[in-house]
Design a protein around this ligand. Structure first.
Ligand SMILES: [Zn+2]
Length: 299
């Protein structure tokens, strides 16, 4: 196994990344003072830079015997809107790790924020085409309705509108969209779990094979410290109360069931477990290989 791979029973997970963002503390947690982060910076130095959070833009490839699923597609060519300071690299990362776009049968979109849909489509001479030509794009109905509503679209800047038009809006007319409502088993061992709050249709993925389970949590946690501080106001949540409720529900489940946790914004490769330390719950990364060993960082 390579440092960017993990087995959950017979299911193979490959960590992918579309670069990293530098995000000031209060843009995510507006009610915190910088000093509250000192303890977390000491515990998780890899998750911080000089100004705030050093945030991975992570995707995961989930391979069962019969299905190949990519969960989230990064920021894409929209790095300047998301504060990404590294070049776009998800497409490079797929190539380096030997993954053929045509083998992917499902694009699992945890939600429709810009840093999760960026490479859904690719620009070609005569317009935009699906980056993953054989895939169905799986999405919760509540997110589709929210993000495509006239009310939501009317509030977008022209750059954000263009981003929507070149990432998710065309999916339905292209015949690529699979909208689901609530929880759903979508492949053997893989279950979509509706975990609303971050966005109305935010979803997580339960992964089960043999006697092992993992949960892919999308944006349930924005930084490793968030697994501990579940009740801090999180600015990107559409519905703050519901976001906290879903966050606690998923993290409680993961701890109780001793699941491996995969997070889009956890430090690469992005998987870990929950541990207890003096009564508090903490993220503990698994197989955190040094950056220099990671394929996604090769020039
Ligand atoms: Zn995100």
């Amino acid at each position: 196994m390579r440092p960017w791979q993990l087995m959950v029973g017979d299911i193979k997970i490959t960590a992918l990344s579309d670069g990293r963002m530098s995000i000031p503390y209060r843009r995510l947690f507006p009610e915190t003072e910088d000093a509250v982060w000192d303890g977390y910076r000491a515990r998780f130095p890899e998750a911080f830079d000089g100004k705030g959070f050093l945030t991975n833009i992570g995707s995961f490839l989930v391979q069962t015997g019969d299905h190949t699923v990519i969960a989230d597609t990064g920021l894409g060519p929209w790095g300047h809107l998301g504060g990404r300071f590294e070049p776009a690299e998800l497409i490079n990362d797929l190539r380096i790790k030997g993954i053929d776009h045509a083998d992917i049968d499902t694009v699992f979109l945890t939600h429709l924020h810009g840093d999760h849909v960026g490479w859904n489509l690719t620009k070609e001479d005569d317009g935009y085409v699906a980056t993953f030509p054989s895939a169905r794009y799986l999405l919760q109905e509540a997110d589709w309705l929210h993000f495509t509503s006239d009310e939501y679209q009317a509030k977008l800047s022209s750059a954000r509108r263009k981003q929507a038009e070149t990432t998710y809006l065309p999916l339905r007319d292209m015949g690529k969209l699979d909208v689901i409502r609530g929880d759903k088993d979508f492949a053997p061992g893989l279950t979509a779990l509706h975990t609303p709050g971050h966005t109305p249709g935010h979803m997580s993925m339960l992964i089960a094979s043999r006697n092992e389970r993992a949960v892919l949590i999308g944006d349930i946690a924005g930084t490793p410290a968030h697994l501990t501080e579940t009740n801090w106001l999180y600015a990107p949540d559409t519905d703050k109360e519901l976001g906290m409720k879903s966050r606690l529900r998923v993290i409680d489940m993961a701890e109780k069931e001793k699941m491996v946790v995969l997070g889009a914004h956890m430090t690469r490769p992005g998987w870990g477990r929950l541990i207890r330390w003096e009564g508090k719950r903490y993220w503990q990364a698994l197989e955190a290989a040094p950056d220099k060993d990671r394929a996604s960082n090769r020039p």
